[in-house]
Ligand binder design. Sequence first.
Ligand SMILES: *Cc1c(COP(=O)(O)O)cnc(C)c1O
Length: 394
Amino acid sequence: MISLEVRVARRLTQLPPYLFVEIDRKKREAAARGVDIINLGIGDPDLPTPEPIIQALEAGASRSANHRYPDSEGLGSFRRACAEWYARRFGVTLDPEREVLTLIGAKEGIGHLPLALVDPGDVVLIPDPAYPVYQAGTVFAGGEPYFLPLRRENGFLPDLEAIPEAVLRRAKLIFANYPNNPTGAVAPREFYPRLVEFAARHGIIVAQDNTYSEIAYDGYRPPSFLEVPGAKEVGIEFHSLSKTFNMTGWRIGFVVGHAGVVDALRRVKSNLDSGAFNAVQEAGITALANAEAIAARNSAIYQERRDLLIAGLRSVGLSVESPRATFYVWPTVPEGYTSASFVSLLIEQTGIVCTPGNGFGRQGEGYVRFALTAGRDRLRVAVERMKGALERQA
Ligand SMILES: *Cc1c(COP(=O)(O)O)cnc(C)c1O
């Protein structure tokens, strides 16, 4: 039989290579040489899912009603639990029927959103650096990304007033993400009102990604974009149970806000997937009911790790701010290195895996991202090894 040569669709070739594939290869090479790997590369909690959530899944998995296709909008009971949590946590009122939609992880909803809103030729405003899925979803829908540089001197906030008029006229959608991956930045109080005003003025839909709202430090409580009056009229907010509850493998998240946008995304999903396993949604109800206690426990653990790693990075001469939320640390690379060359040095000489900043966009060049997904003992070892490697280079 002749094996056809596959010429993939242009939309695939338009994407930057998915970053973690390349890092994975280097990691495997180092591991094959016998190097002990300390993986701070991917934002995937090392802590287990809390026991009550697992028990809820076990109970739900035994119920035969749950073995059938789920509804594409999600279980009513899960959507009500999302709305109750929003009321409790943010003081935001949501109609669980029209303003809440279950997702198979936030990534699924983010990736599909442009299919619901964006026509070829429409512009999507995307932060740079950013979670890569904003760009991928845009390109898959035939939209045109326009990148908004996030710079340290601006607190890693986009300069909305610097966007050219011609771009604004074609812009359909803007992504925001605070607390921010990869920079660890948080949105100051005045940012969301500004974003709502900007969106209303230019007729641009806001998609704010609040995946890290529950991982925060020093008493800081990240707000919801929907707390701002008028926000629900211009946009939506994504949430994930992945990072908050150590459930990345379970694939469960949700989106809330503007009923028309939520419905448009539901229509895309009803044609492409058949929703999240009902038993996982039932486990999600248990997670949300215990959100405060679980989030406090996780954040306390990450905060100790943060303090240890920040002190360690500074002691080896890296310039870094201490994040108030997220489990990411975003230092600039030492003098004489690029993001890529510093990541290579670390993998090859220390076994530490981190992510090159430029993998999140051009503005990420000169930074690397460490995820706080290893225990303090391992982080101490990481800092010691880094010190050794940098001294050998000097
Ligand atoms: C991890 C992450 C997501 C995806 O979360 P899932 O619910 O696991 O799909 C979305 N946005 C950001 C910024 C993330 O870091």
